[in-house]
Design a binder for this molecule. Structure first.
Ligand code: CP
Length: 310
């Protein structure tokens, strides 16, 4: 099933996409509906005079590749800077790197960085349009948008859904952006994980909290598992990977017990930890739909921001 979200707005009242906070329900629906329209063969605008720079100071497979594909499908030029192979290894700062790339005619910056606020910093120090592609544990807005697009493809009414987000919430920018976006669209959100991996602010953000996987799965339509950041295991935030999987891993037994349950995961997955390997490949798992939606959703974000900056 593909259900289009109806879009009441026709443009965004924003220069940048630094987080989904501040974006209205109508603006978020516009981004998703525009992505769905491109996918269905709608007219794709061309921006041959725009140069989109991907500044990725953390590893990425999905986000970087899909932003590059999105820019190319909009006929924009692309340049790419990462830590390795650039003058960042010689100590060049983020500000100097961004301003150097701006001097080379880039006008859109897609920024991934380990420091929360890095994309805001680039927005303050350049005249370009900035899209946050993940800053520390703070925000990953285009991931949340492509997740919502995937939900809109499979369910008639995203605002009537209940989504459980399971795993390491404390260190997850995906969880924070998803909670904000899903709550803005009117969906219910439950978060679930070990107490050591659930931060204090979740209820203030409008999410229910449970430490019991069964309680989360009973309540939800969709379970979004998060990558267990293995370095947290060394920090002693949970006893062992086996114990984590036994308490919070989603298995084929859960898929049998909850026959309408669908599974999401932003990737990359630790098979056998947050998801049993067979669940990753199961027909009710939407991981590759999420990945595929990365391109049209990022095309939509780039096009709407470039158009408004015009
Ligand atoms: N989901 C996500 O951000 O994946 P990458 O780190 O591969 O971009």
């Amino acid at each position: 099933m593909t259900t289009s979200l109806s879009a009441e707005s026709t443009s965004l009242a924003h220069r940048h996409l630094l987080d989904v906070s501040g974006y209205t329900d109508a603006e978020l629906r516009l981004i998703i509906a525009t992505a769905q329209d491109y996918r269905k063969g709608g007219t794709i605008p061309a921006y041959p005079d725009a140069t989109v720079a991907t500044l990725f100071f953390e590893p990425s497979t999905r986000t970087k590749t899909s932003f590059q594909q999105a820019a190319q499908r909009l006929a924009a030029r692309t340049v790419s800077v990462g830590t390795s192979g650039s003058s960042v290894v010689k100590g060049e700062s983020l500000k100097d790197t961004a301003q150097t790339i701006e001097a080379l005619q880039a006008d859109v910056f897609v920024v991934r960085h380990a420091s929360p606020g890095a994309a805001h910093f680039v927005a303050q120090h350049t005249d370009g349009v900035v899209v946050n592609a993940g800053d520390g544990a703070r925000a990953h807005p285009t991931q949340a948008l492509l997740d919502a697009c995937t939900l809109a493809d499979h369910y008639a009414d995203v605002s009537g859904l209940h989504v459980a987000i399971i795993g390491d919430i404390t260190h997850s920018r995906v969880a924070r952006s998803n909670i904000r976006l899903l709550r803005t669209l009117g969906a219910e959100v439950t978060v679930c994980g070990p107490p050591t991996l659930l931060p204090a602010e979740l209820e203030e953000m409008g999410a229910h909290v449970t430490y019991r996987l069964e309680e989360a799965l009973e309540a939800c339509d969709v379970a979004m598992a998060l990558r267990l950041q293995l370095e947290r295991q060394r920090a002693g935030l949970f006893p062992s990977l086996q114990e984590y999987h036994a308490q919070f891993g989603i298995t084929t037994a859960h898929l049998h017990a909850y026959p309408d349950l669908r599974i999401m995961h932003p990737g990359p997955v630790n098979r056998g930890v947050e998801l049993e390997a067979a669940v990753v490949d199961h027909e009710r798992t939407m991981i590759l739909d999420q990945v595929a939606n990365g391109v049209p959703v990022r095309m939509s974000v780039l096009a709407l921001l470039i158009e408004d900056a015009g």
